[in-house]
Design a binder for this molecule. Structure first.
Ligand SMILES: O=P(O)(O)OC[C@H](O)CO
Ligand SMILES: [Mg+2]
Length: 241
């Protein structure tokens, strides 16, 4: 993590914000973990956080390839068959998705202050619809949403593709990446934001190895801890929630 004593005088004030979705705005990473634990148990193997760290944030097929190869089950289960099997369980779980603490307050605040905000998620369209079906009002505050199966997203995170596509879709002149703040929970997402030349606040699951924190500009244990003023964004009003 960068030295927190760095002051605003050497940092461009943030004008635009990009949010990751799974594990950052929505508490959906637990569904992937549960399903992957179940599948691996069949092969007498356990799913751990070092494997989770390599999969999270990625496009479905990219994560699936990591899963079958890293666990050594690729001769018995192809990445494509893993996705079919996983899908059957996930589609029942996703509609129950809940917001992460502080997500609603932060999105509402930035929107009310006129800060352009958007989502950049590795999730594809069908999963996005299932996960957000109870949260339409909140997601409607986003200027735009870039999904993992968007034609402009050639490669998933840690490629910068998705964040560069998200930046291009804001109104007006091209936005300097140094003025964009990305919120991420996944190591691949943090790297993608840095590869795009952007600032990144990481809100990692506490079970993730701390070595993954080092690339982020700031690490928080919850969105509730975020101080907009530190980044040159409008501060929360007293009592705002
Ligand atoms: O974290 P996101 O929103 O990029 O989503 C990526 C996958 O769908 C889940 O890890
Ligand atoms: Mg995520």
């Amino acid at each position: 993590m960068a030295n927190s004593s760095v002051t605003l005088s050497v940092k461009e004030p943030i004008t635009h914000v990009i949010f990751d979705m799974d594990g950052l705005l929505l508490d959906t990473e637990k569904f992937y973990t549960e399903v992957q634990e179940k599948i691996l148990a069949r092969y007498n193997k356990t799913f751990d956080w070092s494997l989770k760290a390599k999969m999270m944030g990625k496009k479905a097929i990219e994560a699936a390839q990591v899963f079958v190869h890293e666990t050594g089950i690729s001769d018995s289960l192809s990445a494509e068959d893993f996705l079919v099997e996983r899908e059957d369980m996930l589609r029942h779980m996703f509609p129950t998705s809940e917001l992460m603490p502080g997500a609603s307050r932060l999105i509402g605040h930035l929107h009310a202050k006129g800060i352009p905000i958007c989502v950049a998620t590795g999730s594809h369209k069908r999963h996005f619809q299932l996960k957000t079906q109870r949260h339409g009002e909140l997601f409607s505050l986003m200027h735009h949403i870039v999904l993992g199966d968007d034609p402009e997203v050639k490669k998933g995170k840690p490629s910068p593709d998705i964040f560069l596509a998200a930046a291009r879709r804001f109104e007006g002149e091209p936005v300097d990446p140094k003025k964009i703040l990305v919120f991420e929970d996944a190591p691949s997402g943090v790297l993608a934001a840095k590869n795009a030349g952007m600032n990144v606040v990481m809100v990692p699951d506490p079970r993730l190895d701390r070595s993954h924190h080092e690339t982020a500009d700031q690490v928080l244990s919850s969105l509730l801890e975020f101080d907009p003023g530190y980044w040159g964004l409008p501060s929360f009003e007293k009592g705002e929630n």
